[in-house]
Design a protein around this ligand. Structure first.
Ligand SMILES: C[S@@+](CC[C@H](N)C(=O)[O-])C[C@H]1O[C@@H](n2cnc3c(N)ncnc32)[C@H](O)[C@@H]1O
Length: 560
């Protein structure tokens, strides 16, 4: 069967497009009391000062505090069996003729949630699922903006403005992981007929219903443990995001991957003290390990929210969805935080070195991405020796290039930070692409030369800055200060500067209406009608990215 999108669904024309999924069509609106009763019956603890309130500027809920709460206070806990996961859902296991297709766990979880919604009051999770947002368009993710049935004409217009942006790159990465829109349609086409009939939904639900529950999963699910990699955590999913959060979800993840047990189980291999080996890799103390191993019931294993700092009376309690900027928030949560956070603009290695020369492989080796265990340690010490005493991440943010991060994941990041600094890794790849070294040059030599080139560029830039600020400080009628001796760049450093400029200009050019500056985009945005919410978000995002690129290009141009 093929999945129909579903606007023909009963009664759709009388509701908003975001309700055309047909779920909870004839029930009362989401009830906080039903949710609280369900949590109580399912063993949850809620701090007496926490309450659910309406969002201030839009639909939806948030958690606020009606009294001061101290750091370390337990705000919330819930036993793991009460989480909604593929393990706890009442959806029977899916096995299709062409083999099991449940490996895409996030789609599978969305199908489980759809099944619980279709069960209505018969679902063991009814008190929770009835509390979830009902309108898909409340936070429609860009992956669905092309669907005019949901996003109207505004969606495709917004998508156009995302062209060449960090959001588009993220959407492309998801599609490459098998999590694009076409993958979703394929999955639902293959599985929708397997959804059991229910009294309120005797036939399969339209694709819009799956899009609705998939959106809920993407914007609300948490990573839990080895047994339930992703699950919905009722109540905790009401927390909104801030880059300065009060709390985060904590869960012991070293449970048995076969049955989810925290205590000793039949699948465990025990060490000489009778402790399961899976507890060995943890930082728990011996008494804690014995306590965990002795747990008899899954009910004792909970996920928790604790205050990590004081929450003042009346404040909203914030969670963090990660160290993430606006592009990530828009792509994965459907909103802009406007908090000047995150990694700025990112590149994939092939986008930097489009010639596909040997430099890509050398870059991987030097930076330690492709190095094996020992290779990686060798790279660590090369990096440490070369940057010894220069500090990591404590850069003042004024230069053009930031020193390499000391952690393995961070050091391969190819990004331009929000303060306009190229990561060293990105600079290194541009440097290698400009003048590929011999494949067998030792990594330390390559790192050393690249560091020298970066330092030469920084010195030249500092000289330019000094001259420009001296010019600024000179009264109009006074003689100009004598120019400092021109800081001529070596030809290889100059090639790097051109390489960086080319990279930044290519990124700008790839954007929709790249002839428009950030200010011009903002001007157009400010004249949009109030209904253009997707276009407005997209234009805000692209204006910020244009501004970052333009400022950085100007700084590098000062060198040439
Ligand atoms: C986990 S839910 C949070 C609870 C949600 N507010 C509700 O009503 O149920 C995530 C969604 O909440 C909204 N959200 C979260 N943090 C936000 C913020 N700082 N500003 C605006 N919307 C936010 C976004 O729509 C996001 O997709």
């Amino acid at each position: 069967m093929s999945a129909t999108i579903g606007l023909e669904d009963q009664g759709a024309s009388t509701r908003s497009p975001g309700r055309a999924h047909g779920l909870f069509a004839d029930t009362t609106p989401p009830s906080r009391q039903l949710l609280l009763d369900w949590l109580d019956q399912n063993g949850a603890y809620i701090h007496p000062s926490l309450q659910i309130t309406e969002m201030e500027d839009g639909p939806g809920w948030r958690l606020t505090s009606k009294d001061n709460m101290e750091a370390f206070d337990l705000l919330f806990s819930i036993p793991k069996p009460s989480l909604l996961s593929t393990r706890t859902s009442s959806l029977p296991p899916l096995t299709l003729s062409d083999g099991p297709i449940t490996n895409i766990s996030i789609f599978h979880l969305a199908l489980c949630l759809l099944h619980e919604c279709r069960l209505g009051q018969l679902s063991p999770f009814y008190g929770y699922v009835q509390s979830l947002p009902r309108d898909t368009t409340e936070c429609l993710l860009p992956i669905f903006w092309h669907l005019t049935e949901l996003a109207g004409e505004d969606g495709p217009k917004g998508l156009r403005w995302l062209k060449g942006s960090e959001v588009e790159r993220r959407m492309q990465s998801k599609a490459a992981e098998g999590l694009g829109y076409d993958d979703l349609v394929k999955f639902y086409t293959a599985t929708s007929a397997h959804l059991p009939s229910t009294s309120t939904h005797p036939s399969p639900s339209p694709l819009l219903a799956f899009i609705h529950t998939y959106t809920l999963i993407l914007t609300r699910a948490f990573t839990i443990d080895l047994y339930r990699p992703t699950a919905l955590v009722p109540f905790a999913d009401i927390l909104n995001h801030s880059s300065d959060p009060h709390t985060s979800l904590a869960s012991d993840d070293f449970v048995c991957h076969q049955c989810g047990s925290m205590g000793r189980c039949i699948h465990d291999i025990l060490d000489h003290e009778g402790l399961p080996y899976r507890l060995n890799g943890t930082s728990l103390s011996k008494p804690q390990k014995f306590k965990m191993a002795g747990m008899r019931s899954e009910e004792d294993d909970t996920v928790e929210l604790r205050a990590e700092r004081e929450v003042k009376c009346g404040e909203e309690v914030w969670n963090s969805y990660g160290e993430i900027g606006d592009a990530g928030l828009l792509a994965e949560w459907g909103f802009l935080g406007g908090e000047y956070a995150g990694e700025g603009l990112l590149w994939r290695a092939e986008e930097v070195d489009t010639k596909g020369t040997a430099s890509l492989e050398i870059w991987g080796r030097v930076i330690g991405v492709y190095a094996g265990e020992t290779g990686s340690q060798a790279v660590d010490s090369d990096l440490e020796n070369l940057w010894a005493g220069e500090g990591d991440e404590e850069d003042d943010g004024q230069g053009l290039i930031s020193p390499p991060s000391s952690d393995t994941v961070g050091r391969s990041k190819l990004n331009l930070s929000l303060s306009g600094q190229l990561s060293f890794s990105l600079f290194l790849l541009v440097y290698l692409a400009a003048d590929p070294p011999e494949a067998d040059d030792p990594p330390t030599d390559i790192l050393h030369d690249a560091k020298e080139a970066a330092e030469e560029i920084e010195r030249a830039y500092a000289a330019v800055e000094e001259r420009l600020s001296a010019e600024d400080a000179t009264p109009a009628n006074a003689e100009s200060p004598a120019d400092p001796p021109a800081k001529a760049l070596s030809s290889s450093a100059l090639e790097c500067v051109h390489g960086v400029l080319d990279l930044l200009r290519r990124r700008t050019k790839a954007m929709y209406r790249s002839d428009l500056s950030s200010d011009e985009v903002l001007h157009l945005r400010d004249n949009l009608p109030p209904t253009s919410k997707y276009t407005r978000m997209a234009m805000t995002l692209t204006a910020d990215e244009r501004s970052l690129l333009a400022t950085t290009i100007r700084r590098w141009e000062d060198l040439v």
